[in-house]
Design a protein. Structure first.
Length: 361
């Protein structure tokens, strides 16, 4: 999993588990469940608040299974993918879900495919039909998504029957595509001659290097339909900060107090989510082990843990937020302090703005 989970306890502020700051939007939690697994991690969410990710059903890698959460119900996708794969499937992972229900994921294989140098590959899942993708697929739209391979980045499209087809190479793009917007703009990152990853934007049939915040490397993780890009970039020292790239300039979004932050998603309203170290790193400690999920809006980065309300809030520590839709619903990963042991307590959540809940009553 992306985050290195650590169990934390919070001091309650206010009553009924509320930890919000007066005057700010608050959020209620809903766990996506585990289906009896040891841990769950959400990777993507669409406008209908359907979500995909990975369940850890055991303590060995081949026990990782892709899941889909829809309409309050969570189910595994692992068996459906296993039936059509041409390798001995070890692990599966749900990485992206479009508004149409298209799911893009990754499988790790063993046997002959592994010996040929293919540790795994992406797949597209549409209404039960699975298409193998030789390469690394990024987030896309309901009808198309980018896939990076040895010969560059290709655009794959979904036809009326739900099958995925390679429609050709994106000229000049290479490396790892991470996301595409409705205008067909693609972002990602590739390794430069100095062996440092650099974020890029493919737009108007050309690739643009997005630069850094003063250091050697950067990675882009999401783009909205306005062309705003978010990710993480190095500063001149040993710091890496979340960034917003807009109108040709990269803006430092800072952190919650530590040296590291990463932005994973941005919606049309410009709300940004990700994770940040909340305090200066201690020598020998990994920043993500103390990570906190953040929401960036109105020019400020805020710890989402301080905006949780309801009876579950006192037990949950959100460590990273990975997606936000246009309604402001957030998908996040965190820990439940009521569980203990290896991986126990690692859970996936949806955060719903309380103002949205009230308007629906």
């Amino acid at each position: 999993m992306k985050a290195v989970y650590a169990i934390s306890m919070f001091v309650l502020l206010g009553v009924s588990g509320a930890r919000s700051t007066l005057g700010e939007e608050t959020y209620t939690l809903r766990s996506l469940g585990t289906l009896g697994a040891y841990a769950a991690e959400v990777k993507s969410m669409n406008e209908s608040a359907q979500a995909v990710g990975t369940l850890e059903t055991g303590f060995i890698p081949e026990r990782e299974h892709a899941f889909l959460s829809s309409a309050g119900e969570t189910r595994e996708l692992h068996a459906a993918v296993l039936q059509v794969e041409h390798c001995v499937l070890m692990r599966s992972d749900g990485r992206f879900i479009a508004d149409s229900g298209l799911i893009v994921g990754w499988v790790w294989c063993s046997g002959a495919e592994l010996r040929r140098g293919w540790p795994g590959h992406s797949f597209a899942y549409v209404n039960g039909a699975v298409t193998e993708l030789r390469g690394v697929a990024g987030r896309g739209t309901s009808k198309a998504f980018p896939v990076g391979g040895q010969d560059g980045v290709h655009l794959w499209e979904i036809d009326a029957q739900g099958s995925a087809h390679d429609t050709g190479r994106l000229e000049g793009a290479s490396g790892f595509p991470t996301a595409m917007n409705a205008r067909g703009e693609v972002v990602g990152w590739s390794v430069t001659a100095s062996i440092s990853p650099r974020a890029w934007l493919w737009s108007d049939r050309r690739v643009q290097d997005l630069g850094t915040l003063g250091g050697p490397s950067s990675k882009a993780f999401a783009i909205n339909d306005s062309g705003d890009v978010v990710g993480a970039a190095d500063l001149s020292g040993d710091e890496r900060h979340a960034f917003l790239y807009r109108h040709g300039a990269m803006r430092d979004l800072s952190t919650l107090g530590g040296r590291v932050s990463v932005a994973y998603d941005i919606n049309a309203s410009g709300q940004i989510v990700g994770w940040s170290a909340p305090e200066p790193d201690v020598a020998g400690a990994h920043a993500s082990s103390r990570g906190r999920a953040f929401l960036y809006e109105n020019g400020q980065m805020k710890d989402l843990n301080r905006r949780l309300v309801g009876p579950e809030a006192q037990f949950v520590t959100l460590q990273e937020a990975v997606a936000i839709n246009e309604a402001g619903v957030i998908a996040a990963n965190g820990m439940d302090s009521r569980d203990s042991g290896l991986h126990a307590g690692a859970r996936a959540y949806l955060l719903t703005p309380t103002s949205t809940e009230h308007s629906q009553r």
